[in-house]
Design a protein around this ligand. Structure first.
Ligand code: PPS
Length: 291
């Protein structure tokens, strides 16, 4: 049965689009039995999920680029908590490591994850750019409410009352598990600035080294130029009534620091004050400057 675009699920205090989640799909994700060979990509939305899905798919593709050209990112690295997950899982080749994605918060998933040595790749992005990207995504995705204004959207983001809840809680929750899980932190910004050395950091963590030629293939097929033209990564396969590219592209700009084009000085000061209150004492060293 098709779910309505404007429905909402609240699970463990977090709001999710009801179009792609049910209470059952969310519950099933939390009790998922991870295997030690699984690779789980974890992100707050708009942090570089699709980019890392492409990179991980390429690392494990063994030179076969057919899926990279023909299978959508959401089928190659399905979201654990989505309604469609069990269908994708059932088709998985048992000889391949399972490549999985989630936007769930740590408190929901950590108990299941701690029972395995599954590798976890957490991608974080400067929260001001996450906010801007998420704002435009809300404008184009019909399963998320249309923001009334950028200011209102920012207030909701800072309060953590929007969909997927608080960015601050997501980052702090997951990164507090860095020592407890088999986990690597990668930032959107380092991928941007140092793509090859960041890829090498990732392949070392995965125990899956690549030759320089294989690295070239990964870097070429995960570039913004390539992915924004590919129908299996740019979401153009999704019907217009679900994601409307006339309102905003999914592959919108793909840059670092776009927030500077959106924030007023007052909004910037308010954001910085909340960031300091939320992150100042948390002991995490995230490689961002706030101005
Ligand atoms: S989602 O909906 O959570 O899966 O979105 P997500 O993929 O996390 O984030 C989308 C933003 O990532 C940008 N993107 C890229 N940037 C640089 N290089 C590559 N290859 C790339 N692929 C995706 C995409 O453009 C969105 O960011 P904005 O700032 O909106 O452009």
């Amino acid at each position: 049965m098709s779910r309505s675009l404007d429905s909402e699920e609240v699970f463990d205090g977090v709001r999710f689009p009801g179009y792609i989640h049910t209470p059952e799909s969310l519950q099933a994700a939390c009790s998922f039995q991870f295997q030690d060979t699984d690779v789980l990509l974890v992100t707050f939305p708009k942090s570089g999920t699709t980019w890392m899905q492409q990179i991980l798919s390429l690392i494990f593709c063994k030179g076969d680029l057919w899926p990279i050209h023909h299978r959508p990112n959401w089928a190659r690295m399905p979201w654990l908590e989505h309604i469609s997950f069990q269908g994708f899982l059932a088709q998985w080749d048992p000889a391949q490591p399972r490549l999985l994605t989630t936007h769930l918060h740590a408190k929901a998933l950590a108990p299941a994850l701690k029972k395995s040595k599954a590798r976890v790749v957490y991608v974080a992005r400067h929260p001001k750019d996450v906010l801007v990207s998420f704002y435009h995504f809300h404008r184009m995705a019909s399963f998320l409410p249309d923001p009334s204004s950028f200011q209102d959207f920012m207030d909701e983001f800072l309060q953590g009352t929007g969909f997927y809840s608080s960015w601050f809680d997501h980052v702090k929750g997951w990164l507090s598990l860095l020592q407890d899980l088999n986990m690597l932190l990668i930032t959107y910004e380092e991928l941007h600035q140092e793509p090859r050395s960041t890829l090498q950091k990732l392949t070392r963590f995965l125990g899956h080294p690549l030759s320089p030629q294989e690295e070239d293939v990964v870097l070429c097929h995960s570039s913004f130029a390539f992915m924004s033209q590919s129908s299996v990564t740019n979401y153009s396969l999704v019907p217009r009534e679900v994601m409307d590219p006339a309102r905003s592209s999914f592959m919108r700009k793909g840059v670092v620091g776009d927030w500077q084009e959106h924030f007023t000085p007052e909004q910037n000061a308010k954001f910085n004050a909340v960031y300091q209150a939320q992150m100042g004492d948390c002991g995490l060293h995230l490689p961002w400057t706030m101005d």
